[in-house]
Design a protein around this ligand. Structure first.
Ligand code: HBI
Ligand code: FE
Length: 296
């Protein structure tokens, strides 16, 4: 197994040395015509490898979203064509950005149903590890879920909530909710546990680890519990949180997080590996994967 999953360090601030944007909202042209044959080939490698893995592992909403979108193996998708289809279904658009953008810029886009996607693609030397979200993570991982009306509303609410959380000084708690849902969420389906988080769905190694490895905990999602839980940006997660139903995010999109921030702030922070007596345990992990690494 590769030592590190794809798209790890994505929730920091934009790099200090990042080129200043020419537009205030940090959007750029996708520059589709500028992709090289090698860029399209990298996309194809990633697409085919992931597409083989996802049946029986990705949730139904992901599979349906992917099927209805102009996303295929042969070329990096064109954001304008994606946006046309998304707009018809859920009113979302995909806009190109150079990579990580500042938090308030990111939230402002989401609050207006624009998904900022990195326009670049990782190098062939970095198939399983990269520092910033690229077009494969953002388009393959996130965009199919934006075809689902519940997720579409939930991610917009996260943008609105992010702007508010910033004013309240609660960004850390809010970011954890995003991390453990939109990026690394699992969901129960009648036919078993499935992936809906983009950080998992776009990672060849973590797709297998998150569902099948005995190491991580899989715990019932609970808002305040998740707000208190630190996460790893440099490796597979030690715990995944499981929704009973994707529709549970609908309620989450409607609640006012402020009282929950208050309660979460009063309780202790939790380590990513911790299991509490109050947790609804789906799988109690062995912790072996990270224990071995810590010793190495
Ligand atoms: N920018 N392009 C991009 N993608 C992200 O996922 C992203 C970002 N900026 C900030 C950010 N995420 C997170 O720090 C927030 O979700 C908290
Ligand atoms: Fe992401």
């Amino acid at each position: 197994m590769q030592s590190s999953p794809a798209d790890l360090v994505k929730h920091g601030a934009a790099a200090p040395g990042a080129t200043p944007p020419s537009r205030a909202d940090w959007t750029i042209d996708q520059g589709w015509a500028s992709y090289s044959a090698a860029d399209h080939a990298t996309w194809k490698t990633l697409f085919e490898r992931q597409t083989q893995l996802l049946p029986g592992r990705a949730c139904d909403a992901f599979v349906q979203g992917m099927r209805a979108l102009p996303i295929a193996a042969d070329r990096i998708p064109d954001f304008e064509r994606l946006s046309e289809v998304l707009m018809r279904h859920t009113g979302w658009q995909v806009v190109a950005v150079p990579g990580l953008v500042p938090d308030e810029v990111f939230f402002e886009h989401l609050a207006n149903r624009r998904f900022p996607a990195g326009n670049f693609i990782r190098s062939p030397q970095q198939l399983d590890y990269l520092q910033e979200p690229d077009v494969f993570h953002d388009v393959f991982g996130h965009v199919p879920m934006l075809m689902n009306p519940v997720i579409a509303d939930y991610i917009q609410a996260y943008g609105v909530g992010g702007l508010r959380a910033q004013k309240l000084g609660r960004l850390k708690e809010l970011a954890r909710v995003y991390w453990y849902t939109v990026e690394f969420g699992l969901v129960k389906q009648a036919d078993g546990l499935r992936i809906y988080g983009a950080g998992i769905a776009s990672s060849f190694t973590e797709t297998q680890f998150a569902l099948a490895d005995p190491s991580p905990n899989r715990l019932g999602f609970e808002l305040e519990r998740v707000m208190r839980t630190r996460y790893r940006i440099d490796d597979f997660q030690e715990s995944y949180f499981v929704l009973d139903d994707l529709d549970d995010l609908l309620a989450l999109a409607q609640i006012d997080f402020a009282p929950a921030y208050q309660r979460a702030a009063l309780a202790a922070e939790l380590e990513p590996s911790e299991v509490l007596p109050s947790d609804r345990v789906v799988t109690r992990g062995t912790g072996l994967y990270h224990a071995v690494k810590r010793e190495a």
